[in-house]
Design a protein around this ligand. Structure first.
Ligand SMILES: O=C(O)CCC(=O)C(=O)O
Ligand SMILES: [Fe+2]
Length: 355
């Protein structure tokens, strides 16, 4: 969508959780143009969403690997079971996230993503960057923090309430790293690369971000997005979804499908950087979040990214005459910046690097 108006950082939007209290009509800045509105319910998926048992994947069971291949070809994601995290531990993880968002605003603002009250940085509590008065805002607040490597954590942005928040998120980070590495190894094997090919690309400066999303209930769910359609700028992503409320939708061939809730599973998806490096063998799924009249919704998302300075391009092993390179070279830093800009505009970052 061409837009001649220059994009600039504009007024900081309010915290949606505050705005939503007692509200009957979402303000116009949240309201999506009629033709883009999410239907109250998406379509049900034609087949059940693929569920992969990670314990079988780590034992190299051929049928599980085949299932993974087909899940990635079809959807670019899967639901993971056999991840070794007990139900009680996952309950604690979602519990501390919920407790954080329940804190009084002044307490949450201690971790604000605003610098000097008017500049927005990625990390911290608040909203995503707003670059235009015309930008449609999402019905969502979030806390964004770096969790890996440990020496890059900014603990002043890690909540001290509830008191177990830090320990639980640290433990969750360790557990998810195992899942991430197993997934990366299997992606490499599916491309006939050495199994540690991708794992080794993550050096000591590769960053993992945790994003806690909070979607307040909304009186007009079909007029707003919890999160606009996007793909993730990560290499891979692990999403832990509130098991009370659905809302995540996936796009395939122009149709939006509801991702069903399956308790105690984690959703694992390919990100744009993997799509680029694999020269399009793996596709980063387009997804969005819709809201709910009655219930708030939470998710905790782990984004695995490379060293911000590292160049990203299709692997030479995956480029040949029959399959020429499909994406331009970029860096993680540039790509993440691009993602925020395109996300704000309502376009897709991946389209900016396609050849
Ligand atoms: O809340 C969700 O289910 C997904 C959130 C998401 O897509 C993201 O944070 O990138
Ligand atoms: Fe996402």
């Amino acid at each position: 969508m061409a837009d001649a108006e220059p994009w600039k950082t504009v007024k900081i939007p309010p915290i949606v959780q505050e705005l939503a209290t007692g509200m009957q009509e979402p303000p116009s800045r949240y309201v999506i143009a009629e033709q883009n509105r999410p239907t109250a319910a998406g379509f049900e998926m034609p087949d059940p969403i693929p569920i992969i048992d990670l314990s079988r994947l780590s034992a190299n069971c051929a049928d599980e690997v085949a299932k993974l291949r087909s899940a990635l070809e079809k959807w670019g994601l899967f639901l993971a079971v056999g991840h070794g995290m007990e139900q009680s531990f996952l309950g604690e993880v979602m519990g501390v996230a919920r407790e954080f968002f329940k804190l009084p605003l002044e307490e949450k603002q201690k971790y604000s993503n605003l610098v000097n009250g008017n500049e927005v940085r990625i990390e911290g509590y608040g909203n995503d960057m707003v670059v235009s008065e015309k930008q449609i805002l999402d019905w969502c607040d979030r806390l964004y923090i770096i969790v890996e490597p440990e020496n890059r954590r900014i603990y002043s942005l890690w909540p001290t309430q509830p008191p177990s928040f830090r320990d639980i998120l640290s433990e969750y980070t360790v557990r998810c790293r195992k899942i991430a590495n197993l997934f990366l190894q299997n992606l490499a094997k599916l491309l006939d690369l050495h199994e540690d090919y991708f794992v080794n690309m993550f050096d000591e400066n590769a960053l993992t971000y945790a994003r806690l999303n909070y979607y307040p209930n909304c009186p007009k769910p079909d007029h707003v997005f919890g999160m606009k359609p996007h793909t993730d700028a990560s290499v891979i992503t692990i999403v832990f979804i509130d098991d009370n409320v659905s809302g995540l939708q996936l796009q395939k061939d122009g149709v939006w499908y509801n991702v069903p809730i399956v308790p105690n599973t984690l959703l694992v998806n390919v990100g744009d950087v993997m799509e680029i490096m694999s020269n399009g063998f793996f596709k980063s799924p387009i997804h969005r979040v819709v809201t709910n009249v009655e219930k708030e919704r939470l998710s905790l998302v782990m984004f695995y990214t490379m060293n911000p300075e590292k160049e990203i391009e299709p692997l030479s092993e995956l480029v040949d005459e029959k399959r020429p390179r499909r994406y331009r070279k970029t860096t993680t830093n540039d790509y993440i910046a691009k993602l925020f800009e395109t996300f704000a505009r309502g376009t897709l970052a991946i389209d900016t690097v396609k050849i």
